[in-house]
Design a protein. Structure first.
Length: 206
């Protein structure tokens, strides 16, 4: 078993992460992979579920975001980074490859959201932030709390993964109403698809 040197302190008990938009779930992949997509689609030929930063997004036109919808993008960037950083820490401690694979998927998700942030001229709150570091105090406290729980044992880490993905899915669905920008719709739909598969992976191991 591998160990990590990062020390976590308890913070708030609820996820403080952004709201997204819903889309239909994909069928489970035959190979059972959870890595990043390599072709810009929800389910790639190399066994992943992450939206790529290439073809499908770059070829999808931008639209208009209502003022109330604009904060969703930076919140989502922090959400993807939080998930990535947690799963990376757990991958360093536990042997289950699910953490490595889903962390890689979260990297692709963050890349796609960053593309949207640049398109819409919105500041990326994760830019220049080291692993486990967040500019938002609430997100920082949430990360510390979840990490502290997850390092107590592999089952606890899987429970943290389930909490993160369950909350992500709820927020994705809550943001569906009124969103019209095609590129944002497409990325958010892919993120929901991925979260559903990630949740299934964690629940299967639990």
């Amino acid at each position: 078993m591998r160990t990590i040197t990062k020390v976590a302190t308890a913070g708030v008990g609820m996820l403080a992460i952004g709201v997204l938009v819903a889309g239909p779930a994909l069928a489970a992949e035959p190979g059972g992979g959870y890595g990043p997509g390599g072709n810009g689609r929800s389910m790639s030929q190399n066994g992943g579920y992450g939206p790529g930063n290439g073809g499908c997004l770059l070829d999808t036109p931008s639209g208009t975001l209502a003022e109330a919808q604009r904060p969703t993008l930076p919140a989502n960037a922090q959400e993807e980074k939080l998930a990535h950083d947690l799963y990376t820490e757990f991958a360093a401690r536990y042997d289950d490859p699910v953490f490595d694979r889903i962390a890689a998927s979260e990297t692709r998700h963050l890349e796609a959201v960053r593309t949207l942030l640049a398109r819409y001229g919105i500041t990326d709150p994760t830019a220049g932030q080291a692993a486990g570091t967040f500019g938002d105090r609430t997100v920082q406290a949430t990360y510390a709390d979840l990490l502290a729980k997850g390092v107590t044992g592999e089952s606890a880490a899987l429970e943290v993964g389930r909490t993160v993905e369950t909350t992500d899915i709820a927020h994705l669905r809550a943001a569906a109403e009124g969103l019209t920008a095609p590129d944002v719709q497409r990325v958010y739909q892919q993120l929901l698809n991925a979260s559903q598969h990630h949740l299934a992976a964690f629940e299967h191991r639990l």
